[in-house]
Design a protein around this ligand. Structure first.
Ligand code: C5P
Length: 223
């Protein structure tokens, strides 16, 4: 008999700590790791590098048809490639994040990227992080988690992440960028950011990573 695929989805707004928890869970259970936001970021970077207009859906669709996106997983680290070039660091800046959230509102783009995301669900399974992993992409998943935190907490976490990459960003402007991105992600017509009806919600505002991980692990193992 074929063993059931283990699919764990981790959704939530930017900076809530999804990526860290997803990586820890993928290590713990020996599963593939899908950082779906990276797909949108890589495509946004591609459009920017070509000098094309990010608000021109037809052009972005055309660019998306002619791009090769690939990933290489090394333990809990995933390296992202755009047409064979490692762009893992480049896609992490706030410009890429903003443009990724603009193109993520295009139905045509979400359709193109859908199968690419589902392909990650191969044995033994996957931990997928994003905005619509539990609600759309892996709506049949057994383990759905939605991670959230206040805007200020998320901005501070993001600031720390960016500082580690050598970038200095003002906390007030980070809060504003996060707020704008939240608004776009929650209010778009296709696959808006929202917890799946059967998701386990964790507010991480006052929690350490270790505590969040433990809570997620308890949820998974109790199911
Ligand atoms: O998670 P991350 O911040 O890297 O995602 C960048 C942007 O990509 C998000 O703001 C969101 O608009 C978009 N995204 C999405 N659906 C996903 C993952 C990311 O719309 N599953």
């Amino acid at each position: 008999m074929q063993k059931e695929l283990k699919i764990i989805t981790i959704d939530g707004p930017g900076g809530a700590g999804k990526g860290t928890i997803a990586a820890m869970l993928s290590q713990k259970y020996g599963l593939f790791l899908l950082d779906s936001g990276a797909l949108y970021r890589i495509l946004a970077l591609h459009v920017m590098q070509l000098g094309h207009n990010i608000t021109d859906e037809k052009q972005v669709y055309h660019d998306a048809k002619n791009i090769k996106i690939s990933f290489k997983q090394e333990n809990s680290k995933v390296i992202s490639y755009l047409n064979g070039v490692d762009v893992s660091i480049k896609i992490r800046n706030e410009d890429c994040a903003k443009n990724a959230s603009i193109i993520a509102g295009y139905k045509t783009i979400r359709e193109i990227l859908l199968q690419k995301q589902r392909d990650f669900a191969s044995p033994p399974g996957v931990v997928a992080d994003g905005r619509d992993m539990g609600s759309v992409v892996f709506s049949q998943a057994k383990y759905k988690i939605f991670i959230t935190a206040t805007i200020m907490v998320r901005a501070k976490r993001r600031q720390k992440q960016l500082q580690n990459q050598g970038e200095n960003v003002n906390i007030v402007s980070l809060c504003k960028q996060i707020e704008e991105r939240d608004y776009r992600d929650k209010n778009r017509a296709v696959s808006p950011l929202k917890p799946a009806t059967d998701a386990f919600i964790i507010d991480t505002s006052a929690m350490t990573i270790k505590e969040v991980f433990k809570k997620a692990q308890n949820f998974i193992e109790a199911k």
